[in-house]
Design a protein around this ligand. Structure first.
Ligand code: PHE
Length: 498
């Protein structure tokens, strides 16, 4: 018997994987992305992306974790020594995300509280950027904002608590509490939303298919981008989580369950969000297209206004922000686990030390996002790390595995040896051809936009320092980490032989 941590139950693993996948991306990213990219017609590229890239990659990452039973860097190293740095790169990308993601959760905690008395008054946008965030110019950090700092500390305390207790007693327990609670809360919100006046206008706008969108390459890029982000693939997360699976665990079926659960939640969020936007449009005599938006603007500027106009405002506002908190916490735990596992193995330290050191460093860095420049900084880091961290590292991952190491066939056999649903040649075609082609094209498109227009019109030096330096720095930091020797090369050889 090896002493690697394991999930207690299959459901525990599934809930943790869903907990990672279901995050802010489902709630505030999917609805608007779908709306903007063809509405009802978006489901075609979206489903295509789910089936040709999302689920196949999820199967790949589950297989890698299950087969090699190590953190992402260690597992990649077992595929080929030269791949270890891609693992660290993904871990560093996750680390960077874990420095700003908790800040959004912190805002949501405060907003759950603000909802009770609709403290934003008549001007939700002004309240958010002015009264609450005290947003300054991009470039100057300004002072710490206590009403961000305090809930941020609370977020870290919760994350440290569950991460410190380990895989089964901590992460699994957290997800067993958070995810069912989230599902119940979310259902209540969606039922409320679709029964509001104007809900149908919102749903019409959301589902109305614009078939000509399908001919636009950008729409396909958006679909793949959404699937990647939403399923937490190429973040090192799913490899890490799958490395805690017992030997006798199904892989493909688990991947299909995770993928479809995540997409169902996304669809539900789309319905809830647009029903609420329809309500708001009708209340204010506007068109749905005037109020539709996504991201931070949707959650912290538009939703507060909707909440104020709703019957039962305080209660539903509280539930909405509570759902962001729960969805966010389970995702935060999953990204943090990537570097905790990596540090533990590479530096041969206890879990407790890895949590303290890795999480501690992330917590300290997260303070930068609790300053008056927090929102600008967060927006920039997020944009660059997603496009040139997650998506690019994902491209390197599939190319290295499919083209250089040529391991797809052996992974297919491995997955088939334990799974209900057998993988066929289609799986290798998806990963060896379709996914690299789409990701490669996506990268070129993104780079083209990046050089022709400054992201969000931010100053060039600001974008350089906090966008490019961070994204490219993650790649270099990954390479550096891979240079360090593993503490116990002998154990690695032993593990290789098993
Ligand atoms: N899948 C998550 C979401 O949809 C993405 C994510 C996971 C982001 C983990 C950060 C950390 O929000």
């Amino acid at each position: 018997m090896e002493n690697r941590s394991q999930w207690g139950t299959r459901l525990g693993f599934l809930l943790a994987a869903m907990g990672s996948a279901i995050g802010l991306g489902n709630i505030w990213r999917f609805p608007y992305t779908a709306y903007e990219n063809g509405g009802g017609a978006f489901f075609l590229p979206y489903l295509f992306a789910l089936l040709t890239a999302g689920i196949p990659l999820l199967i790949l990452e589950y297989t890698i974790g299950h087969k090699f039973r190590g953190s992402a860097p260690r597992s990649y190293r077992k595929i080929s020594k030269g791949m270890e740095w891609i693992g660290w790169w993904q871990v560093v990308v996750s680390f960077v995300i874990s420095t700003y993601y908790p800040v959004i959760i912190a805002w949501a905690i405060m907003y759950a509280y603000f909802s009770l008395g609709q403290q934003w008054g008549g001007d939700a946008t002004g309240f958010f950027v002015g009264d609450y965030l005290q947003l300054g110019d991009p470039g100057s950090f300004g002072a710490m904002v206590p009403s961000v700092l305090l809930p941020l500390i609370a977020v870290w305390v919760v994350a440290f608590f569950f991460l410190g207790r380990g895989v089964k007693k901590g992460i699994e327990v957290a997800n067993k509490i958070f995810i069912p609670t989230l599902a119940v809360i979310f259902l209540i919100i969606v039922i409320r939303a679709v029964t509001l006046d104007g809900a149908m206008q919102g749903l019409d706008a959301f589902f109305k298919p614009n078939w000509s969108a399908i001919a636009d390459g950008k729409v396909w890029v958006a679909a793949y981008g959404q699937i990647f982000f939403s399923l937490s693939i190429a973040f090192a997360i799913m490899i890490t989580y799958a490395s805690y699976l017992p030997k006798k665990s199904d892989i493909t079926n688990n991947a299909f369950i995770t993928g479809f659960a995540n997409s169902s939640f996304e669809l539900l969020a789309g319905i809830g969000v647009f029903a609420a936007l329809g309500f708001m449009a009708v209340q204010s005599g506007q068109d749905v297209s005037d109020v539709a938006t996504g991201g931070v603007g949707l959650a912290f500027m538009v939703f507060p206004e909707i909440i104020s106009q709703m019957p039962g405002a305080g209660f539903f506002g509280f539930l909405f922000f509570a759902s962001l908190v729960l969805a966010g916490l389970s995702s935060l735990i999953s990204i943090s686990e990537t570097y905790i596992a990596g540090i533990q193995e590479k530096f041969n330290v206890s879990r407790g030390k890895a949590v303290l050191f890795g999480g501690g460093l992330a917590a300290i860095l997260s303070l930068a996002f609790a300053t008056q420049n927090g929102l600008n900084l967060l927006d920039t880091v997020d944009h660059f790390i997603n496009n040139y961290g997650v998506a690019l590292a994902g491209l390197f991952e599939v190319v290295a595995i499919a083209w250089f190491a040529k391991s797809l066939k052996s992974f297919q056999n491995h997955a088939n040896s334990v799974s209900d649903i057998p993988l066929g040649a289609w799986w290798r075609v998806c990963l060896g051809i379709i996914t690299p082609a789409v990701l490669g094209w996506m990268m070129l498109q993104n780079l083209k936009t990046e050089v022709t227009e400054a992201y969000e019109g931010y100053p060039i030096d600001f974008l350089f320092n906090y966008g490019w330096v961070v994204a490219i720095g993650a790649m270099f930091a990954g390479a550096l980490l891979s240079l360090k020797k593993w503490p116990d090369q002998a154990a690695e050889t032993r593990a290789n032989e098993s």
